[in-house]
Design a binder for this molecule. Structure first.
Ligand code: HEC
Length: 178
């Protein structure tokens, strides 16, 4: 009886380790403090989309340059970010997001950009986990990459294929009423 109990326990522990070990998760830290991000603060909704799952495993944003995702990313940007960062990410009370200069160099990677959006930075740049789902954060990140106006060669966040195909976003809006 006792040994049966013991064996079940060993099996249970082994199975749990396997289940957790099977999918390696990236480790995310606060952009400013370096403290581990508390991912349990994320909204329930939008936690387990394929893009969120693959991001949490690889740190790569599957929505970058995905035409369907960009429309939604733009909407989110115009609701949640442009008031401080400008409609084209040109900078306002928050810094410009459409060039290759980053106060926090980590933002040149998708992992870093996610960390800043999820966990916030200094001052007015509060954590966004209460405003946006994880899936929405990936959408808005793709839009931030899309409005880049600089040299594609320095857009290190893109894959080589994305960089080769990338056309910098116009610095002025094509539609003056838009
Ligand atoms: C209430 C104003 C405000 C809102 C809303 C806001 N930000 Fe910010 N953001 C700031 C400020 C101010 C900073 C500078 C903070 C710092 O330097 O620590 C900043 C910094 C950043 C940075 C770091 C830039 C760098 O150069 O490293 C990123 C990335 C960023 N914001 C993205 C976003 C995104 C995406 C959204 C929308 C989801 C957003 N912010 C919403 C004010 C805002």
């Amino acid at each position: 009886m006792q040994s049966w109990f013991l064996r079940t326990c060993v099996l249970a522990v082994a199975t749990t380790t396997l289940a957790v070990g099977a999918v390696a998760q990236i480790r995310l830290f606060n952009t400013v403090t370096g403290e581990p991000l508390d991912m349990s603060m994320a909204m329930e909704e939008g936690r387990d989309t394929p893009a969120v799952k693959s991001f949490m495993e690889t740190g790569v944003n599957a929505y970058n340059e995905n035409p369907e995702a960009l429309g939604k990313g733009e909407e989110i940007f115009l609701t949640a970010c442009s008031g401080c960062h400008g409609h084209l990410g040109e900078g306002k009370i928050g810094p410009g997001l459409n060039d290759d200069y980053w106060t926090y160099p980590g933002n040149a990677t998708d992992e870093g950009l996610f960390r800043t959006i999820y966990g916030g930075a200094e001052g007015q740049m509060g954590p966004q986990y209460g405003n946006l789902t994880l899936d929405e954060m990936l959408h808005v990140m793709a839009w931030v990459r899309h409005i880049y106006t600089g040299d594609p060669a320095t857009a290190t966040w893109f894959t080589p294929e994305q960089r080769a195909a990338f056309k910098p976003f116009p610095k002025t809006h094509p539609d003056p009423n838009g």
